[in-house]
Design a protein around this ligand. Structure first.
Ligand code: ADP
Ligand code: MG
Length: 239
């Protein structure tokens, strides 16, 4: 299932410091949106507010039209994949995938069905009985994504999930995530400071600078018609 996300004048302050400065944004159901911008511009904070891991100081967050500001993270139908994909080292891949479902009280047969379906999707079925230390970086990252898939979320949020991987693997995983999006059709937001990643993966790119949206558009729009010097410089268009 896929779901719309709307931000209405969303502000985030840490103490006196305003790090998100009134952002308006509409994300359509099933869209693959990339938030891109330099380090410290507020990408993670924005994602954490959408996920419910951080309070919104003012403004509104709507998911499928419902106001989410005060809804607990676990009730939002949103899964987040982080850069540091900390797997449980003493558990097999199967257990790593099953663990969240066990604590959420799912029945054994349902857990097994979901774990095997996710493993199939991510092509890690052969590794289910291995422990994380017997996996490559890419395989571990797939298990980390698998832990989100088993929850069957409406929305996937990725916060620089590939930045710990080497260049070759990063390219491979971009393709994998794009395929995942094709297969599942969920609304996905992908955060990166890497322009190439943004340009190659996005349906729509949101360029952020110091807590404000500089431009929203397709990769081609941004490249051909950058709204300002910052976007032009950041995207690398010839302007
Ligand atoms: P990005 O993910 O784009 O690198 P962040 O969202 O992590 O940026 O951070 C945006 C700004 O908010 C930065 O200036 C950062 O120092 C600040 N910030 C983030 N989290 C906190 C926090 N918990 N307390 C105070 N300042 C924070
Ligand atoms: Mg960040």
């Amino acid at each position: 299932m896929s779901t719309s996300i709307e931000l209405r004048k969303v502000v985030k302050r840490f103490g006196a410091v305003e790090v998100i400065k009134g952002i308006d944004l509409d994300i359509a159901p099933g869209e693959f949106t990339v938030f891109v911008g330099p380090s410290g511009c507020g990408k993670s904070t924005l994602l954490r507010m959408i996920a419910g891991l951080e309070n919104i100081t003012s403004g509104d967050l709507l998911v499928a039209g419902d106001r989410m500001n005060d809804v607990h993270a676990s009730k939002r139908g949103i899964a987040m994949v982080f850069q540091s994909y900390a797997l449980y080292p003493h558990m097999t891949v199967y257990k790593n995938l099953a663990f969240g479902l066990e604590t959420a009280g799912y029945k054994r047969a349902e857990i097994d069905r979901r774990v095997r379906a996710a493993a199939e999707t991510l092509q890690i079925t052969d590794y289910l009985e291995r422990r994380p230390k017997a996996l490559s970086g890419g395989q571990r990252q797939r298990v980390a994504i698998g832990r989100s898939i088993v929850r069957d979320p409406n929305i996937f949020l990725f916060d620089e999930p590939l930045s710990n991987l080497d260049a070759e693997l990063r390219v491979q995983m971009r393709v994998e995530i794009a395929k995942l999006h094709e297969r599942l059709g969920n609304t996905m937001i992908y955060v990166t400071h890497d322009q190439v990643e943004a340009m190659t993966m996005a349906d729509r790119i949101v360029v952020l600078k110091a807590g404000e949206v500089m431009q929203v558009g397709s990769p081609l729009d941004l490249y051909n018609r950058p709204a300002n010097q910052f976007v032009a410089g950041f995207i690398g268009s010839p302007k």
